[in-house]
Design a protein around this ligand. Structure first.
Ligand code: GLA
Length: 387
């Protein structure tokens, strides 16, 4: 991979002297969806697929970006001075956003760079290709300038850039899972205070299978920000009757007791999801610690139902794929993963049933939806590295 990137870098930017190659993973969330901006828990892991970057610092202010995933866009140029989001800058708004975020936080990012990317995460799939590019860029800047920033800082700077530069009010989960990834471990993160534990993912003879609906979506034009404000409004209503800072502080029993303070039925359901999903995530991690993979799977299934019925972020593609998955032999659990509205599902499937699973779910999906899904059997990997 390193040689492939340097060769292309040399072709595009004229020589590869002084260029280095870096990698940042994608992520999949096993359970704890739409809880990270509600002060709840999440349980994601980094993957061995992600984004590769070949990069070289320049002496002037010029930024030159090229993606092997969007070759038709050619080299996109701008300047490290006066960074602002621009529609025609396309995907380069992600690395530019991170440079801007470093500058905003007082780091002297004042040199241009040539950057070539290649991602083997399906774009727009819900496996966080954008957060992967953000953490990768942060890792490259740290290497270029020798900044004293931890991987957790890279996650926070990445999230800040996504919120303030790219206008998506995302939580911390994606950037944290990517920056803090650890091989064969999922991360049990409490988004209320960023305390976390690594949990070894002992799935016995089972594999993690990602099903990509191939329905494209961008977080910016989805209803993501709308869900977030519905939760904020529900929280404000609850705060009239109970002293809480976030929905993540409530148990399901407490929520049932106070929910009548929320005047709007839709917002009751949104908040109920945030509360119940947080409790499921805590239970799921406890189940895994006891090696109770069956309960873990049941909680994944319940998570999907809640995301479909209460949170309404699934849609026909994700529901079709997950319901087909539930019917297959050897499936421990299956649910949508990520923001929803298209994107991917995650299923835990017994190893010797994986081929049949992919064939059957793929067939049922295409029959009903009219186009094919793609499947990936993934492994859990580490955070960002210099290759
Ligand atoms: C997106 C966001 C995350 C999180 C998930 C939903 O991936 O970037 O912060 O909110 O959706 O769980």
């Amino acid at each position: 991979m390193k040689e492939k990137l340097l060769k292309k870098f040399s072709e595009i930017f004229g020589g590869s002297d002084g260029a280095k190659v870096y990698f940042a993973p994608g992520r999949v969330n096993l359970i704890g969806e739409h809880t990270d901006y509600n002060g709840g828990h999440v349980f994601p892991c980094a993957l061995t697929i992600g984004t590769y970057g070949a990069a070289r610092k320049r002496d002037d202010k010029v930024l030159r970006f090229y993606s092997m995933n969007f070759e038709e866009l050619g080299v996109l140029e701008s300047s490290v001075e006066g960074l602002k989001p621009e529609r025609e800058a396309d995907w380069t708004n992600y690395p530019k956003g991170v440079m801007w975020a470093f500058q905003e936080k007082g780091y002297d990012v004042d040199c241009g760079m040539d950057l070539l990317l290649f991602g083997n995460i399906p774009n727009g799939s819900g496996l966080s290709s954008s957060a992967s590019v953000e953490v990768l860029t942060g890792h490259i800047l740290r290497d270029f300038y020798g900044f004293d920033v931890s991987n957790q800082d890279l996650a926070l700077i990445g999230q800040y850039s996504e919120n303030k530069f790219n206008g998506v009010n995302c939580g911390i989960m994606d950037q944290f899972a990517i920056a803090m990834g650890r091989k064969d471990h999922a991360i049990f993160l409490d988004t209320a205070d960023l305390s976390y534990q690594y949990a070894p993912l002992k799935l016995e003879n089972a594999k993690i299978v990602i099903g990509c609906t191939n329905k494209k979506r961008g977080l910016g034009d989805s209803k993501y920000n709308e869900r977030r404000s519905e939760c904020e409004s529900a929280l404000a209503s609850l705060q009239n009757v109970v002293d809480i800072k976030s929905l993540g502080e409530l148990t399901e029993e407490q929520f049932a007791q106070y929910q009548s303070a929320i005047p709007d039925e839709v917002k009751v359901r949104r908040a109920r999801h945030a509360v119940s999903e947080n409790q499921r995530t805590i239970q799921a991690v406890e189940a895994l610690k006891r090696d109770d993979v069956t309960l873990f799977g049941e909680l994944m299934n319940a998570s999907h139902v809640s995301l479909s019925k209460d949170y309404e972020v699934t849609g026909i593609e994700l529901d079709t794929m997950v319901e087909a998955a539930w019917r297959q032999e050897g499936v421990i659990g299956a649910r949508m993963t990520g923001a929803g509205f298209g994107g991917c599902t995650v299923s835990i499937v017994e190893e010797d049933k994986v081929d049949r699973f992919i064939e059957e779910v793929g067939r049922e999906y295409e029959e009903k939806i009219g186009y094919a899904a793609s499947f990936y059997v993934v492994e859990i990997g580490d955070g960002p590295v210099t290759l």
